[in-house]
Write a protein that binds this ligand. Structure first.
Ligand SMILES: [Zn+2]
Length: 450
């Protein structure tokens, strides 16, 4: 890289940061500013444009692209330790043979290490906020780990009360919601952390569970996060058992609206797309996961044309196997070109999904997703001099199709430098490597898989 370097100062959220000599791209629909600058103060954007200033931290971008950090709208932090452990299985076997036994075997230590590992990968790749779905127990350990790392996030506590023959993860609704009350207080004690209520999907939750989850979330001002219409078998099962399409069923149960994130929505026809648009629900599109688990290609251009709000996510390490927003953006574009022809989903529209769309999904529509005065300072520096990106200087095509996590020089979330030129400021990466190996082995033994 040519020189994004911090010349002085610390990394605390209340330190002022002056980024200079950057190609500032404030938002997906804005024009980039050459030799631009950004002034950050008190965790927020104070000024954007061409100006000089002094700050506690001077950061020479060396011509790098300064853009809003990515918002990862669907991830499972708790599954990061399972990377590579659930290969080549269709979704039902993927869940029953690997993911559920491994989730059931987690303890607080393995959950914390799994969360730290996910945060490290996301921060390294320019992610400055995430919406996760965790497991049915131990979400407090995940919240504590994320709070230490200081990555803004919406951590979802998973609800399941119908698991077929797999009872270990089934938790009575009253117990799950009592746990949510405790978790909500825990999350809200930290800046930019919040709890979501996350019924897993229609197949593992009773109708009462879905209805009460929605009622509970609204009574507490919490967001809802679930999986919807990922696989053909799933929507067929709902049609047979309930007599409705899946998104329609979730809507009837109260799981639709501007406070709801629905991951996947691959199997959604025009009527359900219209319902998603009318209710203002957010779709978290997960291209790699959909390909790897054979779900298909979500009709994203149709959804956008219908007015659906779309965000982007990588889903989980065992079904991707990366938590890499560059990979998701690139595949989101490629899969639609293959499906409907080049140009049907423009690079800028994809960047919108990965930034502003994600911010809206997490409830941060007014505070994140764009580099604008007064917004939270979530800024990444992407090295356009990287050999894989040269000589593309159009930020949209460079970021969507050419760049990769290795081109991220600096990640700033909520005004705090979390990653800079290979170094994490809130994570001990060597210790994390050792912890991940130990915790994964213990987890496999507890799950009876080692
Ligand atoms: Zn998922």
């Amino acid at each position: 890289m040519t020189g994004a370097r911090r010349s002085a100062g610390g990394v605390a959220a209340d330190d002022s940061i002056h980024i200079r000599n950057a190609l500032v791209w404030p938002a997906w629909d804005a024009e980039p500013i050459r030799n631009g600058a950004i002034l950050i103060s008190g965790g927020r954007i104070e000024k954007v444009g061409r100006f000089t200033a002094r700050a506690a931290v001077e950061l020479d971008a060396g011509g790098a692209l300064a853009m809003p950090g990515f918002i990862h709208a669907h991830v499972h932090l708790c599954q990061t330790l399972f990377r590579g452990l659930a290969e080549d299985r269709p979704l039902p076997r993927w869940l029953r043979e690997r993911i559920w036994p491994l989730e059931a075997a987690h303890d607080d230590e393995s959950l914390a290490v799994s969360a730290r590992l996910a945060c490290a990968e996301m921060i390294r790749g320019g992610t400055t906020g995430f919406a996760s779905m965790e497991t049915v127990r131990g979400t407090g350990a995940t919240l504590a780990a994320v709070a230490e790392v200081k990555l803004p996030g919406l951590v979802g506590h998973c609800l399941m009360d119908e698991t077929g023959g797999y009872r270990t993860l089934s938790v009575p609704l009253d117990d799950a919601l009592a746990e949510c009350d405790v978790l909500m207080e825990h999350a809200r004690a930290h800046p930019w952390l919040d709890l979501a209520v996350a019924p897993r999907f229609a197949l593992s939750c009773s109708r009462g569970n879905l209805i009460e989850a929605a009622r509970y979330a609204r009574s507490r001002g919490l967001r809802l996060h679930t999986h919807a219409s990922e696989q053909p078998d799933e929507v067929e099962w709902v049609r047979r058992r309930i007599g409705m399409d899946n998104v329609e069923y979730l809507h009837v149960c109260g799981i639709s609206g501007p406070d709801v994130i629905l991951a996947h929505c691959v199997q959604c026809g025009p009527a359900e797309q219209a319902l998603l648009a009318q209710t203002g629900s957010h779709v978290a599109h997960c291209p790699s996961s959909n390909f790897k688990l054979g779900a298909g290609i979500a009709p994203i251009p149709e959804m956008l044309a219908a007015g659906v709000r779309v965000a982007l996510g990588a889903d989980a390490a065992p079904c991707n196997n990366r938590l890499d927003m560059f990979a998701e953006m690139r595949l989101a574009g490629l899969m639609q070109s293959a499906r409907r022809g080049p140009g049907v989903l423009a690079a800028r529209a994809i960047v919108r999904m990965a930034t502003e769309g994600g911010a809206a999904a997490l409830g941060w529509g007014e505070v994140a997703g764009r580099i604008e005065e007064g917004r939270r300072a979530d800024v990444i520096l992407v090295e356009l001099e990287d050999p894989s990106v040269l000589p593309d200087d159009d930020p949209a095509s460079a970021v969507v199709y050419a760049a990769h996590p290795g081109a991220v020089a600096v990640t700033i979330a909520a005004g705090r430098i979390l990653y800079e030129n290979g170094e994490f400021t809130t994570l001990d990466i060597e210790r994390l490597r050792a912890d991940a190996a130990v915790q994964r082995q213990r987890l496999l033994r507890r799950a009876g898989l080692a």
